[in-house]
Design a protein around this ligand. Sequence first.
Ligand code: XMP
Length: 493
Amino acid sequence: MLNKTRREIMGAVSDYIDAIPKSITLYDIDVTPTKSRVHPNDVSLRTTIGPKKLNVPILGAPMTDVTGPMLAKALSVMGGCGILYRHPDVAVQLGWLADVLEHRWCMVQNPVSLKQTDRIDAAERILKHHGYSTIPVKDENGCLVGVLFTRDVAFKWHREDTVSKWMTPLAKLKTAIVGTRFTEIRERLLNEQDCSVLPVVDDSAQLHGMYFMKDVVHADPSENGGKPLVGIAVGVGEEDVERAMTAIRMGAGIVVIDSSHGDSHDVVLQAERLVTLSAPIGNVAIVAGNVADVDGGGYLRLAETGVHAVKVGIGSGSICTTTGQTGAGVGMVTAIRACIEARKKSNVRPAIIADGGINVPGDAVKALLVGADAVMAGKWLVAASESHSAIENGVHEGRVRYRGMASREAIAERMSDRYGKKKNAPEGVSGWVHHRGPLSQWLPEDMELVRGGMAHTGSADIGCLHRYGALCGAINRYTSLGRMQADVRVETN
Ligand code: XMP
């Protein structure tokens, strides 16, 4: 009898232990390469979040150190979307939104210019000082009369001549009329002969700005009705409804209800409100999160509110200490797959945004492969010269400061109520990230690596990648010793 009871107890314990789901992170897995006919250059990174189409599947995290107006502008040019962090002062956040929406992709407004009567030697000094190869020439009324190129100042014998004698005159220049859509400008700069620069003029030849081929070559903005695609983060309070609706009326493309625990009454309620109120205006994606569980329940509860995307990830961020400090967290692979499986049984199918721990191109490939439609990044993007930290705090010995939104520093400054206004105990840390320079100098390369990862799986687009990811064996797991061997094992500097 005693033996039987003992066996029953041990059996129950084993059942419980056996039923514990595995929590698999992005670092546990790798993508299994397969036969491919796809070249990385032919891979499309386009993705969709509700009514919004992104050319690259990357969103700037709404964190104080990450997404301010400068990063949002830079990301919009590259085809991604920055989510402006929830500044405590609504007017500041909405002011940034207005600023980003007015941003003319790659157009240099008020370019340095010359007068026709300037001398060539003076023009040469100006070109050298700014490191420019092209300068517009204006008359006294601000009208464009020509453009001077470095080749025009290359000879020594005409230095005392006036600029008007050596510039390319307006009649011989290619120009664009003010209001021309960026896609047309880009098309012309990339395809027309003798068109490395396009001055933008109105009917009376007033100069409004200049486009340069070198700036637009990597630019590939996402679709937002001709305006930069930019989003804002809001909270769950009543006052946040007004903040969100004003932003939507202004032209924000994405509104993110940002919470560290999205599977909660407040977030569901806020999602319902914003979905209902924004519906008559339309053309905006409502996103809520974050969720992470093992049965996709959190995803479904938010999906039922009608949101266009759910943000997935608790405990996986690079500055995040939630799992260590509170014990809560689910590996990103498990959390995403739980949403995918739950979605199969649902009529509502919002997109999935993987948020936290997507720090290099390979992380993005893995997150997309297991089922994410886009990724959100903090550490990855804070490295840019345009990140809010680089702009506000500067670059120190080649590094940029990066604070978790629940770090002691952030809490002290009350920079966000993502974790609740009464929060005192930190669930994040503050650190440093290597500065990588302007986004346009390195994000295209990183995206090339994402395309490369997708090409290894024979996937020409994210839809194909999802189908591959659903196959048995599409991902593989190293043992922890194997992982050590897979990582770089030489001193790299
Ligand atoms: P990455 O890895 O991209 O992560 O730097 C950014 C995401 O981490 C979340 N976040 C935090 N999580 N404590 C946390 O537990 C924090 O202080 C914290 N700050 C940000 C957030 O989802 C962000 O997008």
